[in-house]
Design a protein around this ligand. Sequence first.
Ligand code: ATP
Ligand code: MG
Length: 573
Amino acid sequence: MTNENQEAPAASTQETHTPSNFLHDIVAEDVRTQKYGDAQVQTRFPPEPNGYLHIGHAKAICLDFGLADEFGGKTNLRFDDTNPEKEEQEYVDSIQEDVRWLGFEWDRLCYASDYFPQLYAWALQLIKDGKAYVDDLSADEIRRHRGTLTEPGTDSPYRTRSIEENLDLFVRMKNGEFPDGSRVLRAKIDMASPNLNMRDPVMYRILHASHHRTGDEWCIYPMYDYAHGQSDSIERVTHSMCTLEFADHQPLYRWFIENLGIFPSQQIEFDRLNITYTMLSKRKLLQLVNEKRVSGWDDPRMPTLSGLRRRGFTPEAIRTFVAAAGVSRTNGSTDIEMLEHFQRDDLNHRASRAMAVLHPLKLVIDNYPAGQEESVEVANNPEDPSAGTRQVPFSREVYIEQDDFREIPPPKYYRLSPGKEVRLRNAYFITAQSVVKGPAGNIVEVHCTYDPASRGGNSPDGRKVKSTMHWVSAAHAISAEIRLYDKLFSKPDPYDLEEGQDVLDNLNPNSLEILTAAKLEPSLASAKAGDRFQFERVGYFCVDPDSIPGNLVFNRTLPLKDSWAKIEKKAGA
Ligand code: ATP
Ligand code: MG
């Protein structure tokens, strides 16, 4: 029997406040010293709409919204939509849905594309100030001029263009007079800077592409580094949290803001969330979708929020997990078992119990009158008495799990075997008597006798049994498709690769198993997409949207076994 209730350490799942960390300390100090005067704490969550959100984004969301909330501030949802070729409305919609599902409501809904006119005006200002120039070098030549970590870059021959010429060319770039890639606008900073990002970074490129919001209005698009800080500044973002890979960009973030003399938003970096056996990169997740390695962005094996939702994960557990995983200034990796642990703990408290037999074996109770049936009363959730009870039908033939019977029991096998007495949960004690075998020698039926005095699952003479098994009355059972999921990748670090391998070579070939013979108690017939259950002794399950009346599909969220609690126990925690 799974003893999940005792194994799971108490973890509050209602818990969403941000624990103290260095980000919290920075904001607290800025508030204390009134760094921004009377301005409120303002944060933003800035996804690029080029894919669905994953659980790594959930960390950023919890930090952005959580910190603002804690200091009475506000958070904008801002789409960083400066890359028209990869961005789509579908992603914009899914991102909003997922942020709300996670439990957050933004103050303003913003788009970097709304700032294109302002960004353009600021670019003109930088040109007029002699701080930006139009470069005719090709992308390749620019790369070659950039230098290396040990060698300084070399100036472009176009670096000394006059302000007038730069203004003229940039306006004509904007007016669509030049083909894609023929010119760029660059900031004039320092080609010898030890920070490569400061070696005259590109601000604008020419791209005749339709944008999902601005259509064909623009054929020049700002680069991330030029758009992001200025967008923050426009929204008067006080604390612009982002992941560590942007740390080297911070001097550039500041350079634009200082040279434009605009609201001084500050960028602060934190570590990316990485989780074992999965991968948090939209680009790679898109590849899984495009190559049909999964059924879509919301495939229940995906680490996307939509995939986790479909799998049966809850926003509460994800928030608790993200808070427990913590935040730091060095990248690391978090065990997937920790996420699973918090999810089990949450579902243990809230999921209704039901009985379902995944691999059915028929059990015939020979001394139970044929044609008779009765109902036994079962608690809906032993963890939550307010969830009430339900009536489950019982009759002469029931299904049990194939694993719960052994004709020749191995040592310490306490479940059913010939001559052995066990409890059918909430029903009766039964004793196995004989088996019926098919032509191939496989067991097709087990015959047993029951003790009518043990109704409800206890014998008045105090007799004990070593095992309690779930069951489903054969005459009343409903069938359903069951989808069992395992880890998406077969290695803890999917990027642990042999020479010449791609990360997708590490996909777990057995991450999905579909069962079609499962037998479920009849109360489940009315379950709706998204409903979550604990199938007793088996695991947590969630009704998939593929379900149609009479043909339900259940996704296994997680099996019951709490390997995280075991790991913790082993570690002596
Ligand atoms: P990906 O590499 O998956 O495409 P991204 O950083 O390009 O991610 P964005 O849409 O630009 O995705 O991210 C929006 C915000 O989420 C950014 O502030 C980014 O730093 C943050 N973020 C993205 N991935 C993670 C992660 N794994 N852990 C924490 N924060 C993340
Ligand atoms: Mg990005």
